[in-house]
Write a new protein. Structure first.
Length: 529
């Protein structure tokens, strides 16, 4: 392999405010060679993304101080003027961000955004840039690129938007591509497609890739070398295979040991909690001035299932397969047809008012607690809110004591009660969301992607908490996820959904060991099992 394309020497990054400063990156060194993939892994707050942004000088200059050197092709980027940095960005060094919907401008078409990069860095006219944009979309696997260049970002799926981000990044054939969590929010099959695409483009352009991620499975299969970061420092570096096989640093061992194994315990009862028969959800498609129904979109197509007390049902499938709609239907949070029996009582035709007693025993924990926890309420108010609705006879002291008790169950201290959601990490917010659901002592929890945005070590802690609570209270879970590793660890049985239908169902270990359907096999292969 050639000499280093990028060489970082003793880099420290300080963020400075009027009354304090934060040392985000502390004296780190690494290098990347042409055509090589280097992964930087670590938990949230470890300094991964700060390092990547520093290479492109994307931090607010007035509030940032750098020490050390960042050499790209022998020149120190930290000595560059702003005009030199602008010439570097997008041409020789490009970046793919985690969430393309926040990176793509919603008021410009896909073609305009690709052309912008080309017109800035390449000697092309508008027509030539447009032709090149169409060529790039074709290269990254976008179907009908002549039409797609006219589309706006919201008209594309998550995987398509990420492909557009790759097209923009590769427009000027950069020598270094920085990929910051490029697959985190994508389904497993789309993740596999994006990674294979990056690998093939890397080979075609002989491009170096700096991968920022907390997905250890991705690193294991994609990276040549790995740097492990903790609290702003690189604590271990080496060949990816060697680090995974024999980690040296204690933090590396902790991080690698966070990979999931089977967590769930056998079900101790045969008592059925929930039975659903022929659940169907269809949304009307209306057109014309009078909005007459011309068709319908079937989101859930005649699904039947049952869940025992103390059992976990895993629900997997790609985005748009109907997973969340099914979960919401089973809890009567979405209108549907069919029969739903909860503790042998048919709740299918109950009104919202009649459903109120059943709301207490059926609770939901959402994917992103930050969007489901009110930013204006204290933790005490958030957790106690359900008690006010379902147990109005309790006085303030009784509610307070119940909140303290449930905080202990989810391993959170008493001193958080008068703080607000934004003051906590993702894992802590998820524990708060679980506490809010559990305080009413439910029988059934709908867990909709509850760990998808969490680091692997935090993810494992949350899952272990859920298992311990399940064993203690004989809780039943509907566990919705696109992460098959999590579903395998957590669920007793599972269903695989596609286009609103169940294409495979059975005991979890049976499905993983001997999938019957081609679609299930495709999902398992995409998960690197």
């Amino acid at each position: 392999m050639s000499e280093s394309l990028l060489k970082v020497n003793d880099l420290s990054v300080n963020f400075v405010a009027a009354d304090y400063q934060v040392l985000a990156v502390n004296n780190i060194s690494f290098d990347i060679k042409q055509g090589e993939t280097l992964a930087i892994v670590g938990e949230s707050g470890s300094g991964k993304s700060v390092t990547a942004m520093s290479i492109m000088r994307l931090h607010e200059e007035r509030a940032t101080t750098y020490q050390g050197n960042i050499y790209f092709q022998g020149e120190d980027i930290l000595e560059f003027s702003e005009s030199q940095c602008q010439a570097l960005r997008g041409s020789d060094v490009a970046m793919i961000f985690q969430e393309p919907m926040t990176s793509l401008n919603p008021v410009f078409t896909i073609g305009e955004q690709i052309c912008e990069t080309l017109l800035i860095h390449q000697p092309l006219n508008t027509q030539q840039a447009l032709e090149r944009a169409i060529e790039l979309l074709h290269k990254v696997g976008i179907e009908d690129p002549q039409q797609r260049v006219k589309d706006f970002p919201h008209m594309l799926s998550g995987g398509q938007r990420q492909r557009v981000m790759i097209a923009i990044a590769l427009a000027c054939k950069p020598r270094l591509l920085i990929a910051d969590e490029p697959t985190t929010a994508l389904d497993v099959t789309i993740q596999a497609q994006i990674i294979k695409l990056l690998a093939s483009l890397q080979k075609e352009f002989n491009m170096a890739i700096l991968m920022i991620t907390h997905d250890l499975n991705l690193v294991k299969h994609f990276a040549d070398r790995v740097c492990i970061m903790c609290q702003g420092e690189i604590v271990e570096t080496g060949e990816a295979a060697a680090v995974f096989q024999s980690p040296v640093h204690d933090y590396s061992k902790k991080l690698l040991s966070s990979q999931l194994e089977k967590l769930v315990q056998p079900v101790m009862t045969e008592q059925l909690l929930l039975e659903a028969d022929n659940i169907r959800v269809a949304f009307a498609i209306k057109k014309g001035f009078f909005k007459r129904q011309v068709d319908e979109l079937v989101a859930v197509d005649n699904i039947s299932l049952d869940i025992k007390k103390g059992e976990t049902l895993g629900v997997v499938g790609e985005s748009g397969s109907g997973k969340t709609t099914l979960g919401m239907s089973l809890l009567k949070l979405q209108n549907c047809s069919g029969d739903i029996l909860l503790n042998k009582e048919n709740i299918s035709l109950l009104s919202d008012k009649q459903m109120r007693p059943y709301r207490r025993i059926c609770q939901v924990v959402f994917q992103d607690p930050f969007s489901s926890l009110s930013p204006r309420m204290t933790i005490l108010q958030i957790i106690a809110e359900g008690l006010s609705l379902h147990q109005p006879g309790l006085n303030a002291e009784q509610r307070y004591q119940k909140v303290l008790s449930i905080l202990a169950e989810v391993d959170l201290p008493e001193n958080i009660l008068y703080r607000y959601p934004h003051e906590f990490s993702g894992g802590q917010r998820q524990r708060i969301a679980i506490a809010r659901a559990l305080i009413l002592k439910p029988d059934l929890l709908l867990l909709d992607e509850p760990t998808s945005a969490l680091d692997v070590s935090v993810q494992k802690m949350v899952l272990e908490l859920l298992i311990s609570l399940q064993q203690k209270y004989q809780l039943s879970y509907i566990f919705i996820s696109h992460d098959l590793k999590v579903v395998r660890a957590m669920s007793h049985k599972m269903i695989v959904m596609r286009n609103g239908k169940v294409v495979e169902a059975g005991e979890t270990e049976r499905v993983f060991a001997n999938p019957q359907q081609d679609y299930t096999k495709e999902l398992l292969e995409a998960s690197f099992f």
